[in-house]
Design a protein around this ligand. Structure first.
Ligand SMILES: C[S@@+](CC[C@H](N)C(=O)[O-])C[C@H]1O[C@@H](n2cnc3c(N)ncnc32)[C@H](O)[C@@H]1O
Length: 305
């Protein structure tokens, strides 16, 4: 059966991404809320991270607003507690070790779980994410000073020469628009040294994961330390041939606050992604299964020639 239906199983490791419904409709930039922990670089400009610095910008450089689940401070703060099982990252860590990566760019780093695991191993990591609140959560974690955090999409990246670029937990699917996706692949290639690797996963559309994204299968109450019980569930809004939209609802028992977050994920099949990688100048070395989610994920191991 695989892992049970959780926030991660839909939004991340096993499931979708989200944007704040109201914020999107009203055009309010959720990403611009909140003060930076440390301000380096001009607001809105690409920050050039210094080694060991927590790089935050007053504004994130993004083409599009972050999903609320990642961009709302209250939701970003409970993200890891709702998604504690990160065995999905083991295969990425293993690969980083096997190729001897010493410099890694983690695109869509979210709350920084993978970037910090790499940094603990002495790897020089840049963690990039457009969701201000998630980058703030990442930057406040123990060991965060070892990672260079960039808040923005790939247009915010400084010049890099890394051995490995990763997009863990289905970040690729959160990049919905074709031009964003092309830009992301092009930036990943530009950031890699010749011979470097791009590794990411995307749910296999043939597994039709969205068919189990419903309230009955997902509803649960999580006791979050310092926050209290949080009830959460997902409702499927629309499943089209390529795009799947769903809504997460969170109810905080402590004060009755109820937050919703709508997300759309792009489902691409193997041939489409292989063609996109080839068009972006990558050689596809292998398309694997995810060991923790057999039959459900396409894991691409591509190289810059
Ligand atoms: C499911 S989360 C995964 C987070 C992290 N990789 C992990 O393993 O915990 C998806 C992340 O993709 C980010 N994201 C969405 N659009 C993006 C884009 N265009 N470029 C980079 N990251 C993006 C979101 O902000 C979110 O943090």
């Amino acid at each position: 059966m695989g892992r049970r239906l959780t926030l991660a199983s839909i939004l991340g490791a096993a499931g979708p991404a989200t944007r704040v419904d109201g914020a999107v409709r009203e055009g309010r930039p959720a990403l611009l809320r909140g003060a930076p922990r440390a301000h380096r670089g001009r607001a809105g400009a690409a920050a050039v991270p210094q080694s060991g610095a927590v790089v935050t910008q007053r504004r994130c450089t993004v083409a599009r607003m972050a999903d609320e689940i990642f961009g709302h401070p209250r939701l970003a703060a409970i993200h890891d507690a709702l998604d504690p099982d990160r065995t999905d990252l083991d295969a990425y860590l293993d690969l980083a070790g096997r190729i001897g990566a010493t410099r890694v760019l983690d695109i869509g780093c979210g709350t920084g779980v993978f970037a910090l695991l790499l940094a603990e191993r002495g790897i020089d990591v840049v963690g990039l994410d457009p969701a201000r609140a998630s980058v703030d959560v990442a930057g406040a974690k123990p060991g965060a000073e070892r990672v260079r955090w960039v808040c923005g999409d790939v247009t915010a990246l400084p010049p890099l020469q890394v051995d490995l670029v990763t997009m863990t937990a289905n970040v690729a699917q959160a990049i919905v628009a074709a031009d964003d996706w092309r830009r992301t692949l092009a930036a990943a290639r530009a950031a890699l040294r010749p011979g470097g690797y791009l590794v990411f996963e995307s749910r296999d559309p043939a597994a039709r994961a969205w068919e189990s994204w419903n309230r009955a299968a997902s509803r649960r109450v999580t006791e979050v330390r310092g926050v209290g019980p949080v009830e959460s569930w997902v409702d499927l809004v629309e499943a089209g041939p390529h795009l799947v939209t769903f809504r997460w609802t969170y109810v905080f028992a402590a004060d009755g606050d109820r937050l919703t977050s709508d997300s759309t994920l792009r489902f691409r099949d193997r041939r489409e992604i292989e063609a996109d990688l080839a068009a972006s100048g990558f050689t596809v070395q292998e398309v694997r299964d995810a060991p923790d989610r057999p039959g459900r994920e396409l894991v691409f191991v591509a190289r810059r020639p």
